[in-house]
Design a protein around this ligand. Structure first.
Ligand SMILES: [Zn+2]
Ligand SMILES: [Zn+2]
Length: 361
């Protein structure tokens, strides 16, 4: 009883850890099947475990969707402020209690800043199957208007390498990536075109375009896919735009030649993409032999991503990431089996995710 009174927080944490062992969440989820992938695993470096629970709490903060981040901020700032105020301090005067409340509330935003900026050990994805390439389809450098200042292609490659990626397309906003590198991972050419209420991730032999014809309306925007094919590139519809702005147009996307859809994107605005909507896109992709991908959409912030796409080349000796476009992607006569793996802490069963897209045409 004395122990309980002396160490309430430590004992509460121990109880929570024991309790959570009864309903463990898988560290990795195959975004297509929703089940843990049999041949992929997360390896946590010793330093990561040493710094737990700080490491995984900071990871979890990085993976909050915009809606969840808001709810988390309000709830926990309130709770910690009350705790800071009420903490026994030997008949402390009001001023000290108020300072305690302010300090308590500050823990939450400070945690957020630490999650984004603090260099720390990160888990790394490993696959048992050597024919699988862990690849990111969508990532940014400082060349993007909203990229982290000074975030170079080398920084991006190092960030990917630390998490087990072997290749990544670099898709800056409206600027074609022209400096591919091979070390520490392969960076491949791409671009993210901002067109009418949609971002289109173009991969492969992309060249600069005049965006004007594609920015007026949905019809004009959809013509971009044809232009990309003429260039020898492929075009993927990015999240959250097709969900937010074009949910009723997906059949027209297919008609216009979209090569695939992102079904997981780790940007805060896209993390709220709900499971039922994902299911619908998966069905559409299966019906039309389209690609589904996961993307970090990293802009230089945060040490970890909740997404890796583990790409398996199909039989027939298809090169994995040679040239610009993955050949299995460019000429897929049958559905490409693609995996988007969600790392820790993203639980698709969570009830606070919106169940449908907002009503917008
Ligand atoms: Zn951006
Ligand atoms: Zn992006």
């Amino acid at each position: 009883m004395n122990l309980l009174r002396r160490h309430p927080i430590a004992l509460a944490l121990v109880a929570l850890v024991l309790l959570s062992a009864f309903a463990p969440l898988p560290a990795l989820v195959d975004a297509v099947s929703g089940t843990p992938p049999p041949d992929a695993d997360l390896v946590r470096p010793a330093a990561y475990t040493l710094f737990a629970p700080l490491s995984d709490v900071l990871d979890a903060l990085t993976f909050l969707s915009l809606e969840r981040a808001r709810a988390f901020l309000i709830a926990w700032m309130g709770i910690l402020a009350v705790w800071g105020f009420a903490r026994p301090g030997g008949g402390s005067p009001l001023l000290r209690r108020l300072a305690g409340a302010a300090l308590g509330a500050l823990i939450v935003p400070l945690g957020g800043v630490a999650a984004v900026l603090l260099p720390r050990p990160v888990p790394r994805l490993v696959t048992a199957d050597s024919t699988v390439t862990v690849i990111d389809y969508h990532a940014h450098t400082a060349v993007s208007h909203d990229g982290r200042r000074g975030w170079s292609a080398d920084d991006l490659a190092a960030w990917h390498a630390a998490q087990g990626f072997e290749a990544s397309y670099v898709t800056d906003h409206n600027v074609v990536f022209t400096h591919p590198i091979d070390e520490p991972i392969r960076l491949l050419p791409g671009v993210e075109w901002s067109v009418y209420q949609q971002h289109v991730v173009a991969l492969g032999a992309v060249s600069p375009i005049d965006r004007a014809p594609y920015t007026g309306d949905t019809r004009g925007m959809l013509a971009l896919f044809g232009e990309l094919h003429r260039q020898g590139a492929i075009g993927l519809a990015s999240l959250p735009e097709y969900w937010r702005n074009h949910w009723g147009d997906l059949a027209a996307f297919v008609e216009a030649g979209v090569d695939g859809f992102e079904i997981v994107n780790c940007a805060p605005k896209a993390l709220g993409f709900p499971a039922p909507a994902r299911g619908r896109v998966l069905q559409l992709a299966t019906e039309h032999d389209l690609l589904v991908v996961g993307a970090s959409d990293n802009h230089g912030w945060g040490e970890v991503t909740c997404v890796c796409a583990a790409h398996r080349p199909r039989a027939g000796g298809l090169g994995v990431v040679d040239g610009g476009v993955h050949p299995a992607v460019a000429h897929a006569p049958e559905p490409v089996v693609e995996r988007a793996l969600e790392l820790d802490h993203v639980d698709r069963r969570d009830p606070d995710l919106p169940v449908g897209p907002p009503a917008r045409g």
